[in-house]
Design a binder for this molecule. Structure first.
Ligand code: T1G
Length: 684
């Protein structure tokens, strides 16, 4: 009997219990165990019905995703598992707690009945892995809830709470929390007593036709750009409508097979594990204490300070919000309330909840109010002298053991820490704008930052629903540092006369929802000109009142619907600045040249971050680019993408670019090394 399997009999009910932490993933061993458990009980005359359940935090959370990197899928495969469950001579009940996802939900659909506790969820997240439900889910689900609803659920990838699933007819019975097993056993006894035949989802007719599919496709239109899986999911649902069950299954498996070997799915699976790896810091073990963060101070109620504050409020952590002037404080508070009221207007929270969150803010005009907080996050103007002054004051005000964090995005954290007598308590918490929306948090480790401070902040990121990426101290840390090349090179090409639309199109084709020029206008040209010395292109735009989307004009002109059009005034500003800088015109660059010029230096800079230990691992850089700059997830991020083109190709490309455009493209030593050895950036 396999280690993960326990079989027992309660009355006349056979229990198949699986224990394979952390999430009972349906690995080869687990699939074999379930099949074995079903075989044992089907062979036992004392058993009238079978209940499948899992120990630990959840029912099967799907296939073991790591196994998809080692194809072919070993026997017994998913079809063998589903067929065993579905063809069981005795009724089979799935007892669901936690998250029955992917193959776990498919197994439940292959059972005759599903019992769940209200806290449970069911769903198909495969689309997030560049896959589709490949174990019968696309054929069985539409038979239970109809074609349109099934396609909607599978394309959304979102889990559905058990109560909703019961309304939809997916879950047959809701058990009381904590009473899942006994309820499932009683239910199994009932159905056994009622006698055969017991319902099989496969025998039901598919409700709804191809017309429903068109409507749902339209609803998820944006999802289809660049992603391979959504189109395959639609084809699988079309097969469910047009083909008999068995043929539909075979069509599903063909489509699944195509996705499984696709570059997109490999990239998205890489990102799945990469996101779960960022919080692991090699020299910080589980023995390092995590400090309690019960009260937070935020300095600065501007755009960043306000967004940062909202993260803590939503996590139920009270915030003392500090500003220098009353009107700035009032403005900051009003913006936070407006944001929440907008969310309430969309029905995503009640006004009572808005008031509750707002009541967690203590607005003050003095740093002295921060004497008893556990953490301070400073989000003031990006000026080193101002930040050092504030940290010097905090050193005299904050209690011992309080964490002092700066939201600086470019400045030297060690220099800021040197303004205190406790640099070991100083850390960077670099949020991305809008701070209450963007999921990335760069945790900047200073030369003296203590281990418990890092451990605490990395954990805290999860509490405020951010993904932490650890970064060393350098200009721009990880995300800004690597992406700066894309911004600089796009401006350079603009000055060489390359059409704005072409530059943006090349990045749209690569997968960015927004091209670099349009992104500059969204960020705001005045934000980007900050700190620059001498005459700059951005400065000329700002001087002409063209600060980007917020002024309805930047590189592009914008109408009321934010639709971008080309501008003669912008073209003149660009032309004048190009003349001023004496940049040689080179308007006819090929799209491939533009793509390499924008992307290769980003990968190259990522390699330097690895060489310098600024980033712990290549996959962290991928997560930072994807969550901080919306780098297209189906490429896996810059470093994973770098591996798909290969270090040798990257090296040659960089050398060619260096020859034409200079040292910004000088290959990093790591690129040279990997090109020589045939190595990869991402090693998992
Ligand atoms: N396979 C392998 N490892 C998994 C895993 C999985 N399906 N799910 C989680 N892990 C690991 C994860 O890497 C981490 O490891 C630990 O478990 C805890 O996860 C045939 C094709 C279930 C909601 O996509 O969404 O079925 O870092 O930190 O926040 O049609 O994990 O500790 O070493 O995320 O509590 C479909 C993926 C697969 C679900 C729990 N299933 N998992 O969240 O913990 S494809 C999924 C999740 C499939 C079939 C198809 C979440 C969770 P480590 P965690 P969590």
């Amino acid at each position: 009997m396999s280690e993960v399997l326990t079989t027992r009999v309660a009355g006349n009910i056979g229990i198949v219990e699986i224990a394979s932490p952390p999430v009972n993933a349906l690995s080869t061993a687990v699939r074999a165990a379930v099949i074995e458990g079903l075989r044992v009980h089907n062979a036992d005359d004392a058993v009238a019905a079978i209940v499948i359940l899992c120990a630990g935090r959840t029912f099967f959370a799907g296939a073991d995703i790591a196994e998809f990197d080692h194809l072919p899928i070993k026997q017994p495969d998913f079809d063998a598992l589903m067929t065993t469950a579905e063809s069981s001579p005795k009724p089979v009940v799935a007892a669901i707690h936690g998250t029955a996802l992917g193959g776990g939900f498919e197994l439940a659909l292959a059972c005759n009945y599903r019992v769940a506790v209200p806290s449970a969820k069911v769903g198909f997240p495969e689309v997030h892995l560049g896959l589709l439900p490949g174990a019968g889910g696309t054929q069985r689900l539409p038979r239970l809830i109809g074609t349109g609803a099934a396609l909607d659920l599978i394309l959304s990838g979102k889990p559905v709470p058990a109560a909703k699933a019961a309304e939809m007819g997916v879950v047959d019975l809701l058990a009381e929390e904590g009473k899942l097993e006994e309820t499932a056993i009683a239910f199994a006894q009932d159905v056994a007593a009622k006698g055969a035949p017991w319902p099989k989802v496969r025998d039901r007719a598919v409700a709804g036709g191809l017309d429903e599919i068109e409507a749902i496709k339209a609803k998820h239109k944006r999802q289809f750009k660049g992603f391979k899986a959504p189109g395959h999911i639609v084809q699988a649902l079309e097969a469910a409508v047009t083909l008999p069950f068995e043929e539909g299954l075979r069509r599903e498996q063909e489509l699944f097979g195509e996705l499984l070997i696709s570059r997109e799915s490999a990239a998205q699976r890489h990102v799945f594990f990469a996101q779960r790896l960022t919080a692991k810091v090699p020299d910080i073990g589980k023995d390092v204490p995590i400090l309690p963060i019960r009260k937070v101070g935020v300095i600065g109620a501007g755009t960043m300070g306000g967004g940062i504050t909202m993260n803590f409020l939503q996590a139920g952590v009270p915030v003392t919000l500090v500003e220098m002037k009353q009107e700035a404080l009032d403005r900051g508070i009003a913006t936070i309330r407006k944001n929440y009221e907008r969310t309430a207007a969309k029905g995503r929270m009640t006004m009572e909840q808005v008031d509750k969150l707002m009541s967690l803010i203590d607005p003050v005009l003095s740093l002295d109010a921060l004497a008893d907080v556990d953490l301070v996050v400073e989000a003031v103007f990006e000026e080193i002298s101002i930040k050092k002054d504030i940290f010097g004051q905090l050193d005299g005000i904050c209690r011992e053991g309080a964490i002092l964090a700066s939201n600086t995005s470019f400045l030297d954290l060690d220099d800021i820490a040197s303004a205190t007598s406790r640099p070991e308590w100083v850390v960077g918490m670099h949020f991305f704008s809008p701070a209450n929306v963007m999921p990335l948090l760069e945790v900047v480790r200073g030369a003296k930052t203590g281990k418990e401070v890092i451990a605490t902040v990395m954990k805290l990121a999860g509490t405020i629903r951010k993904t932490p990426v650890l970064a060393g101290v350098c200009h721009g840390f990880i995300a800004n540092r690597i992406m700066e090349h894309l911004i600089v090179q796009s401006q350079q090409m603009v000055l060489e006369g390359v059409p704005l639309r072409t530059i943006d199109k090349v990045m749209n084709d690569y997968g960015f929802a927004m091209g670099p020029i349009a992104m500059l206008d969204l960020i705001g040209l005045d934000v980007l000109v900050h700190g620059a010395s001498g005459r700059t292109l951005m400065g000329d735009f700002v001087a002409a009142g063209r600060r980007g989307q917020k002024t309805g004009k930047g590189f592009y002109d914008y109408d009321a619907d934010r639709k971008a059009t080309l501008s003669d005034e912008a073209a003149k500003i660009i032309g004048d600045f190009a003349t001023y800088t004496g940049i040689a015109p080179d308007p006819g660059q090929s799209e491939e040249n533009i793509r390499q010029r924008l992307l290769y230096p980003v990968v190259n800079e990522g390699a330097k971050c690895l060489e310098e230990g600024i980033a712990l691992r290549a996959s962290d850089i991928d997560v930072a680019a994807i969550l901080g700059y919306n780098w297209p997830v189906f490429t896996g991020g810059p470093m994973f993408w770098g591996d798909t083109i290969g270090a040798a190709t990257l090296l040659q490309g960089l050398k060619d670019l260096e020859g034409r455009y200079g040292s910004a493209f000088t290959p990093a030593a790591l690129v040279q090394k990997l090109a020589t050895e045939g190595g990869r950036f991402v090693n998992r």
